[in-house]
Design a protein around this ligand. Structure first.
Ligand SMILES: Cc1cc2nc3c(=O)[nH]c(=O)nc-3n(C[C@H](O)[C@H](O)[C@H](O)COP(=O)(O)OP(=O)(O)OC[C@H]3O[C@@H](n4cnc5c(N)ncnc54)[C@H](O)[C@@H]3O)c2cc1C
Length: 462
């Protein structure tokens, strides 16, 4: 059926306020941050309620009209981009906080609500919502769920999957599934919530969500450490997890190549330590005893300095000082300013193998491109590193070859080609390297069961 017939039916049922045509939405951004190609939608649907989303999908199903769901468009793998001929369904108007239940420690939100809005509302109510990532101001809760986002505090609180109690979603048919479950225990049948989390818009459109809130930490200690080698980095991780009660809330590792490049290129950043070191760690621990927490943190770091695990360290003396440390770790949002043609990877390995795998990647890249800029950093507590590569004077010409180097090493170390960003279209052709044929066949069978005409986010994941 021709796309414009579907669009006419959508427009008639939902009105021009909800369904906009290309000459009406004009220059509105319709592609994510991945830099992958993206087509213009034949229309943009912006439902205000779950029922409007359900009505839209029922019409799309009737006309076999493909749909791409869009949240804050901060995804890094092309998952929200259009391949051509689809309508975009944006959740940007479904951005309300519906309820904070202080007794159950839950927050019920519409899926288009920005992550930062949720963090701030949780804090204002005396709670803590721990998911945190550099795109917090723009990314949506629905996008966080659809990609099972990770970020900075996974080491203590888990990924997005661990922050969610209830998921309401609309299937391609227009039927509404799931709901606003607030119970921690609910084993009545298959848990569709976990099927939809990480499904990248291919199985359903997530419309409303019940989030789990945590007690707000009343004490935070943050340090910037310089370390002599990777063995020292893993020793610091193990010792910090054993000693810093109630827990390490961030353990961000940066290889010198990352630290030196961002400090040299971003004038707002200052190196926290006077001398250079091969590795840096941003260590954060949260607690509930302001009187003792800082002291215990200092004692722990003193011991690590004495043992030679840490070569030098700076402890944040204020929240602003801690923010300066985090600004160095959040620098990836600024790459465009100095290496616009970069290629970025989001891989994971067992923690014990991260050092060797990263070393192999860098050695193989340098063997082929001696002057490559290679920046490695990541959430070591989760075995997740990001590798960013720029080949001076080659633009993006060699990106396919760089992909092969990184993904060959990932396969050899039995790692994952996507730790937290998803597959989208960017990594689709590499999925078979790390998943069995029977795994991919099972994914296809689930897709066919929930979306028999392949209308939701076609061409993504596999
Ligand atoms: C500077 C920066 C830093 C980042 N840091 C991290 C990080 O540390 N950790 C991390 O995990 N990610 C990170 N990301 C990636 C990205 O922000 C997250 O993956 C985020 O969760 C995407 O949310 P979004 O609303 O922007 O989704 P979009 O980009 O709009 O969509 C992403 C995918 O989800 C689907 N989708 C969106 N909303 C819905 C919905 N309501 N229902 C069904 N499907 C939907 C889309 O179809 C698409 O496949 C970062 C991105 C940037 C730009």
């Amino acid at each position: 059926m021709a796309a414009n017939e579907a669009v006419m039916a959508l427009r008639e049922a939902l009105g021009a306020q909800v369904v906009a045509l290309p000459d009406e939405f004009g220059e509105r951004r319709v592609a994510d941050w991945s830099g992958m190609p993206g087509a213009t939608p034949v229309a943009i649907i912006r439902p205000r309620t779950t029922d409007e989303a359900a009505q839209a999908l029922a019409i799309c199903s009737q006309y076999k009209q493909p749909v791409v769901t869009q949240g804050g468009l901060t995804g890094l793998v092309g998952g929200a981009n259009l391949l051509g001929g689809e309508v975009a369904l944006s959740l940007d108007r479904m951005n309300r906080i519906i309820e904070i239940d202080e007794v159950s420690a839950t927050m019920t939100v519409e899926a288009g609500t920005p992550l930062q809005t949720v963090q701030e509302a949780a804090s204002a109510a005396g709670f803590y919502f721990p998911l945190d990532l550099g795109a917090r101001g723009s990314c949506s809760i629905g996008g966080n769920l659809a990609t099972n986002a990770g970020g900075n505090r996974v080491i203590k609180y888990g990924m997005m999957r661990d922050q969610v109690l209830g998921v309401e979603a609309v299937l391609a048919s227009g039927e509404i599934v799931g709901g606003l479950n607030k119970m921690i225990k609910n084993n009545s049948g298959y848990d569709l919530r976990h099927l939809l989390i990480g499904s990248e818009g291919t199985l359903a459109v997530i419309t409303r969500v019940v989030l789990r809130l945590r007690p707000k930490p009343t004490a935070t200690a943050t340090a910037w450490c310089g370390l002599p080698d990777f063995a020292a980095v893993t020793t610091l991780l193990t010792r910090a997890q054993a000693s810093l009660a109630p827990g390490v809330s961030a353990f961000e590792v940066m290889w010198a190549g990352y630290h030196d490049t961002v400090i040299a290129n971003l004038k707002n950043l200052r190196a926290p330590l006077a001398e250079p070191h091969p590795f840096y760690v941003l260590l954060e621990s949260v607690g509930t005893d302001p009187a003792r927490h800082g002291e215990a943190f200092e004692e722990f770091l003193g011991g690590m300095l004495e043992a030679g695990v840490v070569s030098d360290a700076a402890i944040a003396s204020s929240e602003a000082h801690a923010r300066d440390f985090w600004a160095i770790r959040d620098a990836p949002g600024e790459y465009e300013r100095f290496i616009p043609n970069y290629a970025a990877y989001d891989v994971s390995f067992s923690i014990a193998q991260v050092g060797d795998a990263a070393q192999q990647c860098e050695a193989r890249l340098r063997a082929r491109w001696p002057n490559a800029i290679v920046m490695t950093y990541g959430h070591l507590g989760d075995g997740n590193i990001h590798i960013v590569v720029d080949i001076p004077e080659r633009g993006k010409q060699d990106h396919d070859d760089v992909d092969r180097v990184i993904y060959d090493v990932t396969r050899e170390f039995e790692g994952s080609i996507s730790a937290e960003h998803g597959i989208g279209t960017k990594k689709r052709d590499y999925l078979h390297l790390v998943r069995r044929a029977a795994d991919i066949a099972s994914m296809r069978a689930i897709k066919a069961a929930l979306d028999p005409h392949g209308l939701l986010n076609p061409g993504k994941v596999f």
